[in-house]
Design a protein around this ligand. Structure first.
Ligand code: SF4
Length: 60
């Protein structure tokens, strides 16, 4: 089972991941992205990770 994580020190809270897959990503009150789930049947998480401007999303 894959694991999705966001490096909170790198994330700039741009919101792109949340827009791309709100099932998995959510911008928290702290202004950075949080992970709600480790998989999504609707969206390509690897592509979303590669689109993060600061490469904060890891899928392992
Ligand atoms: S796309 Fe990257 S920088 Fe933007 S909110 Fe998501 S994790 Fe943070």
């Amino acid at each position: 089972m894959q694991k999705v994580s966001v490096d909170k020190d790198k994330c700039v809270g741009c919101g792109l991941c949340e827009q791309s897959c709100p099932e998995v990503f959510e911008i928290g009150d702290d202004g950075v992205a949080h992970v709600k789930a480790n998989s999504c049947n609707l969206h390509d998480l690897k592509e979303i990770a590669s689109n993060c401007p600061v490469e904060a999303i890891k899928i392992s």
